[in-house]
Design a protein around this ligand. Structure first.
Ligand code: C5P
Length: 401
C-alpha cells in the first residue's frame, strides 16, 4: 500500500480524459488512500458523479452553492482535510484560472482556498498546450510551487498527434506516490547499473547471470523519488523505466562499462546493482556455431572488467555503493567485499528464495556496522537504502570540511 492513510482530494475538470479519472480513484483507493472527488460542471458531461461516488465511497461535490454541507463551506473543508489536491484532467481553462487566482466555481474556489500541495495533470489539444498563454500559465504555476504531472505526447481525442494528452492513471499514481516521498537526495545526481549482462557466444547464444533487474529498477525509482537526477544503465531486462529516470540499454559488460564511464563525471552517487557476468567468450563467432556431436566446441573465457572498481578508481569518484549476493556467510563475505572494493556501503543479499521476486531481505554494511532490512517489497527496501545513502553522504561531507 503505497498511499496508506493519505487523504487525496481529486478535482476533475471537463475533458475527454475525465473517464480515466475513474480508474485513478480506483488506484488511489487500492493503494490505501481515501479519495474525495470534486467535479466541474463540464466534467459531469463526460462522466457522472455516481461513478466517482461508487469508486470513492464518498459523496462527490459539484456545486459551490450546495448548502447541505458544512454550512455551505465545502471550499474550505475540502482541502483542509486533504494531504494533496490532485486535479486530473486539468483543462487549459482550469489551469488559466488557477494561475490567475480566479475562483468562479466550486473546484477553482476550493483550489484557491487550499492549504495543501496542488498537483495538476494537464489534458488538452496540442495547440492549446503550445499556446503562449498556456506556457505562461504553466510557468506561473511552477513558480508558485504547483507540481505539473505530464502531459504526454501522442494521439489526441481530436485525431491530432502531439503533446497535451493526460498521462495515464498508473503514471499519475506513480508521480503522486513519488511526491509524498522525502527528498533525501534533492539536487544530487545518481548513476545506477541494473539487470544482468549478456555475453555473446555466437549470434543466438550467450552467457548471462540470473537477474530480473527488479532491485536495480526499484533503486532507480527510489533515487528519483528522493529528488535525485537519475541515469539508469541496464542490461537486457523486461522492466518498465521508472518515471523521470533516463535509461540507457546495453547488452554486454564491456558496453555497460563504457556507458558507465561516459556518464560518471559529475555524478554524486554510483550504485552498482547489475549482475555483471564475470567472464565473456574470448571472441563471439560471426555465425551460429553448428552442432557437431563428434567435436563439442570449447569456449575460451576471458575476465570482464570490474565496473564498480573502475568507478572507485576514478580521480574524483562519486559515493559508490555495491551489491553482494551471497549464498552463504553473508556477513563475513559482504563486509570483506566492502573493504576490498574500498566502498562506503555494500548491500548484502542472501540468495535463498531464488530470483525475480518482488520482495527481498537485505543487510546494509557500512563503517557503522550492519543494518538488516526486510523482508519487504523491493521498492520499500530501495527507499531505506536511499535514506542510508543520504546519511552517509552527509557524514562524508562533514568529514571533508
Ligand atoms: O565482486 P562481486 O562481483 O561479487 O561484486 C559485486 C558488486 O560489484 C556489484 O555491485 C556489481 O554490480 C559490481 N560489479 C561490477 N562489475 C563487475 C562485477 C561486479 O560493477 N564486473
Amino acid at each position: 500500500m503505497e498511499l496508506a492513510e493519505k487523504r487525496i482530494a481529486l478535482g476533475v475538470t471537463g475533458g475527454i480524459a475525465a473517464y480515466k479519472s475513474a480508474e485513478l480513484v480506483r488506484l488511489f483507493v487500492k493503494q490505501g488512500a481515501s479519495a474525495r472527488v470534486a467535479m466541474t460542471r463540464a466534467a459531469t458531461h463526460f462522466i457522472t458523479p455516481t461513478t466517482f461516488q461508487t469508486l470513492s465511497g464518498k459523496r462527490v461535490f459539484t456545486d459551490l452553492w450546495d448548502n447541505t454541507v458544512d454550512n455551505g463551506l465545502t471550499h474550505i473543508s475540502f482541502s483542509r482535510e486533504a494531504d494533496a489536491l490532485v486535479v486530473a484532467p486539468a483543462s487549459a481553462n482550469f489551469i488559466a484560472k488557477v494561475a490567475n487566482g480566479i475562483a468562479d466555481d466550486l473546484l477553482s474556489t476550493l483550489t484557491l482556498a487550499r492549504d495543501c500541495p496542488l498537483l495538476l495533470a494537464p489534458a488538452m489539444n496540442r495547440q492549446m498546450w503550445k499556446n503562449p498563454a498556456t506556457r505562461r500559465n504553466i510557468a506561473t504555476l511552477r513558480a508558485d510551487g504547483v507540481t505539473i504531472l505530464g502531459p504526454a505526447d501522442g494521439e489526441q481525442a481530436c485525431g491530432e498527434i502531439g503533446e497535451g494528452r493526460m498521462i495515464e492513471p498508473e503514471e499519475i499514481l506513480e508521480d503522486v506516490v513519488a511526491f509524498f516521498q522525502p527528498k533525501h537526495l534533492a539536487g544530487k545526481k545518481a548513476l545506477i547499473t541494473a539487470g544482468p549482462t549478456f555475453e555473446m557466444i555466437d549470434p543466438v547464444r550467450g552467457i548471462t547471470n540470473l537477474s530480473s533487474g527488479k532491485m536495480g529498477f526499484a533503486i532507480a525509482r527510489a533515487a528519483r523519488e528522493s529528488g535525485a537526477e537519475v541515469t539508469l544503465i541496464s542490461g537486457p531486462v523486461n522492466q518498465p523505466t521508472p518515471r523521470g529516470v533516463s535509461r540507457i540499454d546495453v547488452t554486454t559488460a564491456l558496453e555497460m562499462r563504457s556507458a558507465v564511464l561516459r556518464q560518471a563525471s559529475g555524478q554524486d552517487i554510483f550504485i552498482a546493482v547489475a549482475a555483471v557476468a564475470d567472464y565473456r567468450p574470448e571472441a563471439a563467432t560471426a555465425h551460429k556455431v553448428k552442432k557437431d556431436a563428434s567435436a563439442p566446441p570449447t569456449i575460451n573465457l576471458v575476465q570482464n572488467p570490474d565496473i564498480l572498481a573502475d568507478v572507485v578508481a576514478l580521480p574524483d569518484p562519486p559515493f559508490c555503493v555495491g551489491f553482494a549476493a551471497e549464498s552463504q556467510n553473508l556477513a563475513e563475505y559482504a563486509e570483506k567485499k566492502r573493504r576490498a572494493k574500498k566502498i562506503p556501503l555494500i548491500v548484502g543479499n542472501l540468495i535463498q528464495d531464488g530470483f525475480g521476486g518482488d520482495e527481498n531481505t537485505l543487510v546494509l554494511f557500512d563503517e557503522h556496522g550492519q543494518t538488516p532490512l526486510g523482508p519487504a517489497p523491493k521498492i520499500r527496501l530501495a527507499r531505506k537504502i536511499m535514506e542510508r545513502i543520504a546519511i552517509l553522504l552527509k557524514e562524508k561531507n562533514h568529514a571533508t570540511y
